[in-house]
Every structure is written in C-alpha cells, then in structure tokens.
Design a protein around this ligand. Structure first.
Ligand SMILES: C[S+](C)CC[C@H](N)C(=O)O
Ligand SMILES: N[C@@H](CCS)C(=O)O
Ligand SMILES: [Zn+2]
Length: 356
C-alpha cells in the first residue's frame, strides 16, 4: 500500500510535520530492541548483523515502534557498510544487497502496519497498540565512520590527524547511493561526531545529487559541543547550508543535555529540529554493553550515568518542543514504552487542514 500523500521534494519535512499536527514522533533504540529480543550484537557489524541472521526480528521491531506511535522508523543500516560486509567475506554485490535489504525491511513493516490499521483501527485503546493511518516515513540510517570502527569512536569523534574529508566521502559514497536508490523517504545521518564528517556528508549529497532528503543528527557529551569537541554551532551551520537537509538535531546523547543543545542549534538553523536522546547510560565499547551507575562505582559522577526512567525522559519532552524541537524520539536504551509515552505526551495533536 502507498504511503499517504508523502511529498518527495525538500518541503517533505515541513509538509509532513504540518500533517502530524506540528510535532512528529520518531522511533526508539533499534539495536536495544533487537538485543532485548535475544539478538547477540557482539560483532563488528553490531545491529547490522541482524540483516544476516534475523531480518524478521528487525521487521517485527519496526512494527512494535509503529504500534507504539512512531511516525518515522529508522532502518537497521547504522553499522551496515560495504567495507564491513566485505570484511566478513561478502562480495561487493552481496554487500550492496544487504544495504538495500535494510530499507526493504522497513518499507515492508510500514505496509504490514497499514494493513493492520485497515483491519483494526484504534488509537491506543484496548491492548495499547496504536493502529492509526497516518503518514509514516522510512529513514535510512547512515552511522558514522566511527560506528564502522566498532570501538565506540562515534562517542569520541577522534579519527586521527590523517583523516580527511575526501577519505570520508570515499568511505560513505557508494553506501549512501545504494541506500538512496533503495527507496527510503529520508536519509538519517546519525550520531555525527565531528565537523569533517558533517562536511563530507554535505559534499556527498551535493556532488552525487542525492534526491532523497536527509537529516543530520549530532551527538554531545557535554551539552555544549559535539563529542569530538568541535563546535556544535559550526556543525549545525554546515547542515544548514545544504538544501537537501530537512532537519538538524541531536541523538544518542543524555536527556539532561538536550535543552541547552536545542537552544544552541536554534541560533543557526531555520530547519526543523530533531531530538532523539539515549537513556543517559554510557556505552562500554569493549564489552559492547551499556553501563549504569552500578558499574561505575569509582566515578564521582556515577549517578549522572544512570539511565533515566521513561517517566523522567518524557517529562522533558513538552519543554523540548516548546523551545523548538519538532521531531522527538529515542535512541539507545529507549524502547517502545518510551515511544508510547512520547506519543501520549504529544497527543492530541490536531493536524492542520490540508493546504489549498
Ligand atoms: C551507538 S553505539 C552503541 C554502536 C555500537 C558501536 N559502534 C560498536 O560497534 O561497539
Ligand atoms: N539507529 C541506531 C542508532 C544507534 S546510535 C539504533 O537505534 O540502533
Ligand atoms: Zn544510539
């Protein structure tokens, strides 16, 4: 079934937000849910490993998020790269097929969701599932080069002095083309940790004339700059300069930093602001697991590393929207319960009447 009235031009995001009543809900942690359902992500491919081992599970997690009220679902391609698949012994062609598959799975989930809505329309009644026909977007995830390194480098943004914009364009180029050709509504450049990667993405979008609109989402560990220490204002300005970019914001960052980060981004962007924080826990890249304060007893700030409850997470959401966010969801360690709570907080949203 076709998605409802989804425009494909740069006005996509504004039109979509208008139809959503001014604010839209993004999904929550994908890898988090894959793990919660038993997937072992202790692998260089991390969540992209499930493209090989359990595509049905990816589809079912996308469906869980749609039924929790998400208006946008993000594909399982965060750590899916041609280089990463080739290192596992796949050919170039097989690697590209796997990338495409991440988008196909999400598009399939959206079709199944619409079928379920047609059979049984409800808005969070009964079993809590939200089965409501509405425009739904599929965003193809592009995780950073640091994610591919599989050592937590997306939380340092430190790629060494020898790294160049050209090398990053070379790394991501074919991957972005293949994902764009697979037919998503958006490309989600997620967890962007530094300025050179933002610049590389902009140049790729422009030089390759990528027709799919994109969002840029940075991460921060101090509420001021992006994780590398590069200026958030400069990073957001780079995104602002690109016509294919339809939203700019922050993901996989503790909720307590988000307020100040929105205020900073607002100074340099006219585009919708997107926010999908993590739970506030910290990632241990060696063990490939998230740790709370129980594992950080020697740290003076141990309490601050504890994940927030869904209730606390959602207590921030209205304020984030009041000061300028218009797309809100969750990243690592958030679940369909978090997204359901965000949906409830942002509802009822009365959509504007269609434009004449
Ligand atoms: C957003 S982090 C939790 C993703 C996983 C990381 N790149 C790793 O491979 O360990
Ligand atoms: N879309 C990815 C982001 C990881 S930071 C996920 O939710 O697993
Ligand atoms: Zn995350």
């Amino acid at each position: 079934m076709e998605a409802l009235n989804i425009p494909t031009t740069p006005s996509l995001m504004r039109d979509f937000l208008r139809q959503a009543g001014g604010a839209a809900v993004i999904d929550g942690g994908l890898a988090t849910e894959l793990e919660r359902h038993g997937a072992d992500l202790n692998d260089p491919l991390w969540s992209a490993k499930c493209l090989l081992t359990s595509p049905h599970l990816i589809r079912s997690v996308h469906l869980d998020y749609l039924e929790a009220g998400a208006d946008i679902i993000i594909t399982a391609s965060y750590q899916a790269t041609i280089q990463g698949f080739e290192a596992k012994g796949f050919s170039r062609e097989e690697s590209e097929t796997l990338l495409k598959k991440s988008v196909e799975i999400a598009l399939e989930a959206r079709d199944i969701y619409y079928e379920r809505c047609n059979k049984n329309s409800c808005d969070g009644l009964g079993d809590g599932r939200i089965l409501k026909i509405r425009p739904i977007l599929v965003a193809a995830s592009v995780g950073s080069y640091g994610a591919y390194l599989a050592d937590g480098s997306e939380y340092s943004g430190d790629y060494g002095d020898a790294m160049t914009i050209e090398a990053l364009k070379e790394f991501h180029g074919r991957r972005v083309q293949v994902l764009a050709e697979a037919g998503p509504d958006l490309i989600a450049f997620e967890t962007v940790p530094n300025k050179i990667e933002a610049q590389a993405y902009v140049e790729l979008l422009q030089e390759e004339d990528i027709k799919i609109p994109a969002w840029f989402s940075f991460n921060s560990k101090d509420g001021i700059n992006v994780v590398s220490g590069d200026s958030l204002l400069e990073c957001a300005s780079i995104a602002e300069s690109c016509k294919q970019v339809v939203a700019v914001g922050i993901n996989c960052t503790p909720p307590r930093f988000i307020h100040e980060l929105i205020l900073a981004i607002k100074k340099v962007t006219t585009k919708p602001i997107i926010i999908y924080p993590n739970s506030g826990e910290r990632y241990d890249a060696d063990q490939k697991e998230w740790v709370g304060d129980h594992a950080l007893t020697n740290e003076p700030n141990a309490q601050e590393n504890t994940g927030v409850s869904d209730e606390d997470f959602v207590s921030y959401v209205s304020k984030w929207c009041e000061i300028g966010a218009s797309l809100v969801g969750g990243c690592c360690r958030t679940t369909p319960d978090t997204i359901r709570a965000i949906y409830r907080t942002l509802s009822p949203r009365s959509p504007d009447p269609p434009m004449q």
